[in-house]
Design a binder for this molecule. Structure first.
Ligand code: ADP
Ligand code: MG
Length: 413
């Protein structure tokens, strides 16, 4: 649907450009030719050239591409019209010139305003292929005529058209770069807008869901205590309620711009807490976690609760990438980068890895490849790290595993 409407727009743009091109082309072609060969005779210039060659039939021949253009437009092949027109013009013009000059000792008289128009207006189609087609076609025509007629008069128009082509090419390149930055800005706006809408929705819905969910969990726990039976479903119910809670939390993170409370915290403790939370999931999937911490680490300026969320998300992703078991290595150390002490935490799994085409989508809201994933984890993670003036880098090899590296400044304002 979206693609279709985009195509329609491109179609409409091409149509406008084609109509403009055809009108100017035909207007200039006939007016120039009639003026050059007939009117000038009457206003008394000393004209040496007369309309030989194809003569009047040239005008009728040039109606052929016009009718073909109308036919192509009806067939929906509007993108071909410009090529057809130029090809027809070049072929007819070459024949016209050959008939006129071959076997005579007349000198080749050159230049046609229509060619200037074609080159200078080529950028309106914003199509590099067409630009090269025009420039090479027209300059090629002069080279061909020069060779056949053995006439050096072609040098001047070749030179002139080379300059015009260079100008048109510059314009075309500017068009392209302008369009690219416009689409980039548009994409960014769309993303921001999407986030804003999700945020407002999330905050409103999340708020409403929280309280009933807390009651539901309370009653479920109460029931579990009252009817202890190893075969009942209460643990699963509680687990699922917790899952809804995390999703609501993630969504609500989008809604309100969080004020971060920077406090000193121990990264060792944050990681230990994270591992205790994810332990059950890891055990269930046969995943072992090894933590390698380099030396005593300085306390980190951070929002502890938020950082816990970050590492829970990352470690969960690592575990989930290895459904048949495996190992995770967590390395923590301090580096000095640009005179600033930074903490580097890397989480490496030996899981399924991330396909190249998905790397760019990581962190997009709702991007997930999992059957019951939410696609919110990495988005929240990225946002929290950004709020901490940190960086996140993800390297991945398909079927080999993924390494996520988080770098955080030790001191934050
Ligand atoms: P979710 O986990 O709900 O799918 P995330 O935002 O946490 O959402 O992750 C988005 C996607 O990124 C995942 O669905 C997965 O395809 C990919 N991904 C993230 N981390 C890893 C990892 N360690 N290994 C493989 N794929 C990953
Ligand atoms: Mg996740």
């Amino acid at each position: 649907m979206k693609k279709g409407s985009n195509n329609l727009r491109l179609f409409a743009e091409e149509k406008k450009a084609v109509i403009l091109f055809l009108c100017l082309f035909n207007l200039l072609f006939y007016v120039w030719d009639v003026y050059y060969y007939y009117i000038r005779l009457y206003i008394g210039g000393n004209v040496e050239v007369s309309r030989d060659g194809l003569g009047i039939s040239l005008y009728f021949l040039m109606l052929l591409p016009l009718f073909s253009a109308i036919y192509l437009q009806k067939k929906g092949k509007i993108f071909l019209i410009k090529y057809l027109y130029l090809t027809a013009f070049l072929v007819i013009d070459i024949i016209d010139n050959l008939i006129r000059y071959i076997g005579t000792n007349l000198h080749f008289a050159t230049g046609n305003i229509v060619e200037v128009l074609c080159i200078l207006f080529a950028p309106i189609f914003v199509n590099k292929k067409y630009f090269w087609f025009t420039a090479i076609g027209i300059i090629g025509k002069y080279i061909l005529l020069g060779l056949i007629l053995q006439d050096s008069n072609v040098v001047l128009p070749i030179f002139l058209y080379l300059i015009l082509s260079a100008i048109a090419f510059t314009v075309l390149v500017r068009f392209y770069s302008y369009i690219h930055s416009l689409t980039d800005v548009y994409e960014e706006l769309k993303k921001k807008e999407k986030l804003a809408v999700i945020g407002q929705m999330a905050a409103a819905i999340g708020h409403e869901i929280r309280n009933p969910l807390a009651a539901l969990k309370g009653f479920t726990q109460f029931q579990q205590e009252n009817y202890p039976n190893p075969n009942n479903y209460f643990p699963i119910m509680i687990e699922e309620i917790d899952r809804i809670n995390t999703i609501v939390d993630d969504l609500m993170y989008l809604g309100k711009p969080k004020k971060i409370k920077f406090e000193k915290a121990s990264i060792e403790e944050i990681i230990a807490y994270t591992l205790s939370i994810t332990q059950q999931l890891a055990e269930r999937q046969g995943v072992t976690v090894e933590t390698i911490i380099a030396g005593p680490l300085p306390p980190l300026d951070c929002d502890e609760k938020q950082l816990k969320q970050v590492f829970i998300n990352l470690i969960k992703n690592a575990i989930e990438s290895m459904p048949n078991g495996g190992s995770i290595q967590i390395h923590v150390n301090v580096n000095v980068i640009q005179n600033q002490q930074k903490l580097s935490i890397s989480i490496q799994d030996k899981g399924m890895g991330i396909a190249d085409e998905n790397i760019l989508n990581l962190g997009e809201p709702f991007f997930t490849t999992k059957k019951d994933g939410t696609g919110l984890g990495l988005m929240v993670t990225k946002q929290i790290i950004k709020d901490h003036s940190g960086e996140i880098k993800i390297e991945s090899l398909i079927k080999k595993g993924t390494k996520v590296n988080v770098i955080l400044p030790i001191k934050n304002k």
